[in-house]
Design a protein around this ligand. Structure first.
Ligand code: ADP
Ligand code: MG
Length: 729
């Protein structure tokens, strides 16, 4: 029997399964597999504990003796929970995580063993990591990259392995990962924001960037997934006719979660909670079989790690439940794709009013709110192109610019009420000292902000970057992305902007202006300068594309071209001046991203060709032979009257011939284009050739194959269909 039908049978027999375990209280096990402050206190001397906390909070170095103590307590904790191995856990530029496990002990010849986990092993490791992408920074013959402990993200246990979050750098100190530049960007924004906070509150000594991500994903039954070479190898369906029922009834969104899915969710949530990932929200998304989960927001670095971990947990747990999770941005054509909204804000370490993007109750806290609010707008205006580059990937190209997702044009939505507030400031703040009347009026207006925000109901779902009451939401991030890239971009842009703001305000104060007047005057200028990035209308409309062009906003729809923004002087300077990445590191990263794009498209193109030639055409030809047989019989029976009885059958044969030939010739042409692209020297040139000359065949081929799917006998079709993959419960 055909694979597809075997797969379908398996799926049917699974639908009745329900494995809900009785649940204990979450607080009983939350963070149980994390070496958090509580377990550190329990396993460490006071001296070691204090040093680690200082390292976590202030970024100070641990001395070797303390590192030894920390290592042995970490090991004791892990072994008390059954751990046998440890690994440095890091995020190379492949986009996912990497680990290499080592045992805590090495056995000796005489049957004893010695300890192999001390301070040295905790702080630094040298994995032979020559096959991770390095953009030419690390010669393969050198093959040395270092991982170094990041004490700001706690170690955790997965199974019997202690995982230690680390950065990954080359022998010469260049970053080969996402975490190293992220930590530097976070420290830059901390410094700049803390200084600006001094205008409002002298007690602030630290500002933390906060991130709350929302993860969308699809679930597909494991057996059906196994029968789709495209899902297995590329994470998305390269072919497939839309099912008659898609998402048009909106009956899936927030609907009842099927039992088998609920069991899966409970299971991964438990894993996540054990690892201290504060997941709270789960619901159905718009498309059939699409779901979303979100945790409470956390400090940005930790939130990034948690999202990386969560993606792994989702995949592992799905296996246990005979599902496969699809994290791809566009697994199915014709229905919504998946994103990962990045909710972002800045928070202080003072005792109250911590959130810098939440207006408070007094005019002073509202001025502080306005300061950070307007500076974010200015930062995004300055570096919109960088932000666009930071979310670019082959998979996200399907989303940006398509109809359900934010467009490739970066703009900011703030809502009509805040637009009004900004307009007021623009009108009333003139550069001259404010008259008492003007001051009162402005204060009254600013004072109204909290009420305004309560009423912030006019949310705009089509904006890629929206203010949502007490945070900005970067919505254009793709579902499979590592949040680090957009978070590096946003926090760096903000750090630079806040430093400029401080200089501007201090300049005016030196010139004799009062502090509040100086702040308002600078903000007024920023509002005027950033006006072009603010857009309240429909981001999906054609009018916006025209309007954005008039405003000079970029609209770059494909990854290899968006990545070029990374090499603009303005961006190179941003990262270099803040000591986040050198030019060399940035150029290496650029090359890696271009190479990644090319490889993704190359794989898709090969899989497409294989499927067309090995699966689709044989099925179409076989079916055609059957129809030909039928036509021949009809001719024999009806002779001269054949047309009356067999014209339509003959037209099926003809249509099949036409489509079969087109598929074959397009596959050949596409292969030729791949060869030409491969012959180019430079990674960026290759990526662009793939983008411009190979990708267009995807749609052409898909069109023909989907028409064949509609024509060929259902019993002969070799691939699970959309209606089968998307509606199994
Ligand atoms: P939705 O976008 O689905 O309407 P919400 O607007 O409720 O959802 O946003 C939910 C996300 O915003 C959550 O993940 C939450 O943790 C996050 N969030 C809330 N406050 C902050 C903040 N100060 N900083 C970062 N993220 C935040
Ligand atoms: Mg959201």
């Amino acid at each position: 029997m055909m694979l597809r039908f075997i797969a379908l049978e398996k799926t049917m027999s699974r639908q009745a399964q329900e494995v809900i375990t009785p649940s204990t209280k979450i607080s009983d096990y939350f963070g149980a597999n994390v070496f958090n402050r509580e377990s550190m206190k329990q396993f460490m001397s006071e001296e070691a504990y204090d040093s680690v906390v200082e390292a976590m909070e202030k970024g100070t170095r641990l001395d070797r003796k303390i590192a030894d103590q920390v290592a042995s307590s970490m090991k004791a904790w892990a072994m008390s929970k059954g751990a046998t191995h440890y690994t440095h856990w890091f995020q190379p530029l492949t986009g996912r995580t990497a680990e290499k496990h080592d045992a805590f002990y090495t056995p000796t010849a005489d049957g004893r063993s010695f300890e192999t986990f001390g301070g040295d092993q905790l702080v630094q490791q040298e994995p032979d990591a020559s096959s991770f992408p390095n953009g030419g920074i690390r010669n393969t013959f050198e093959a040395r990259g270092y991982t170094a402990w990041d004490p700001t993200s706690p170690a955790f246990l997965i199974g019997a392995t202690l995982c230690i979050p680390t950065i990954f750098v080359s022998y010469t100190g260049e970053a080969l990962d996402n975490k190293a530049p992220l930590l530097k960007a976070l420290s830059a924004v901390d410094k700049a924001a803390t200084e600006v906070c001094q205008y409002f509150d002298k007690d602030v000594t630290k500002v933390t960037s906060t991130l709350g991500w929302e993860q969308e994903y699809f679930l597909v039954d494991a057996a059906l997934h196994a029968a789709r070479p495209d899902l297995i190898q590329t994470g998305r369906s390269l072919f497939g006719q839309a099912s008659s029922k898609g998402q048009q009834l909106d009956d899936h969104y927030f609907g009842n979660i099927p039992d088998r899915v609920t069991a899966f969710m409970r299971d991964f949530e438990k894993e996540a909670l054990l690892l201290g990932i504060p997941v709270t929200t789960r619901h159905n998304e718009v498309a059939p079989n699409q779901y979303e989960l979100a945790p409470v927001f956390e400090e940005c670095n930790l939130a990034v790690d948690h999202n990386q971990l969560l993606m792994d947990i989702l995949e592992k747990t799905a296996h246990k439940h005979d599902f496969r999770v699809l994290l791809h941005e566009k697994p199915f054509a014709g229905i919504n794709g998946s994103g990962k909204h990045n909710n972002w804000s800045l928070g202080t370490n003072s005792s109250k009013n911590r959130n810098l993007l939440a207006p408070g109750k007094t005019p002073k806290t509202n001025l502080r709110f306005l300061t950070f609010f307007v500076n974010t707008i200015k930062a995004v205006h300055n570096h919109a192109d960088l932000l666009r580059a930071s979310i670019a990937s082959a998979a996200n190209d399907h989303r940006l610019g398509a109809n359900e997702a934010p467009p490739a044009i970066l703009s900011i939505f703030i809502g009509s009420k805040l637009t009004q507030v900004l307009e007021d400031i623009e009108k009333r703040v003139t550069g001259k000292a404010l008259s008492p009347d003007e001051k009162t009026e402005l204060k009254l207006n600013i004072g109204k902000i909290p009420e305004i925000l309560l009423d912030n109901t006019d949310r705009n779902r089509t904006s890629p970057f929206a203010f949502t009451g007490n945070k900005f939401e970067f919505r254009a991030v793709g579902s499979s992305a590592n949040c680090a890239a957009p978070m590096i971009a946003l926090n760096a842009a903000m750090a630079q902007q806040l430093a400029v703001f401080k200089k501007d305000v201090d300049g005016l104060i030196k010139g004799g202006k009062k502090k509040d007047d100086a702040i308002l005057e600078v903000l007024r200028r920023y509002i005027t300068e950033s006006r072009d990035i603010l857009f309240e209308g429909n981001g999906y409309g054609d009018e916006w594309v025209k309007e954005a062009e008039k405003r000079g906003l970029s609209n770059v729809k494909t990854t290899p071209h968006a990545l070029d923004f990374y090499l603009e002087e303005k961006v190179l300077d941003l990262f270099e001046s803040l000591d986040i990445m050198s030019k060399r590191e940035q150029e290496a990263r650029y090359e890696i991203n271009q190479e990644n794009y090319k490889l993704k498209i190359q794989i898709e193109s090969r899989v497409m060709a294989d499927m067309a030639m090995n699966h689709i055409l044989p099925a179409a030809i076989k079916y055609q032979s059957t129809v030909v047989e039928n036509v021949r019989g009809l001719k024999e029976i009806y002779g001269a009257d054949f047309k009356t009885y067999g014209a339509e059958q003959l037209s099926i044969v003809e249509e099949l011939s036409k489509r079969i030939q087109t598929v074959k010739s397009k596959v050949d042409e596409m292969t030729e284009e791949r060869k030409k692209a491969n012959a180019l020297e430079d990674a960026a040139d290759q990526a662009k050739a793939y983008c411009e000359n190979v990708v267009p065949y995807f749609e052409l081929l898909r069109y023909e194959v989907d028409k064949l799917e509609a024509l060929v006998d259902n019993n002969d079709w070799p691939l699970p269909k959309y209606r089968e993959m998307l509606f199994t419960k």
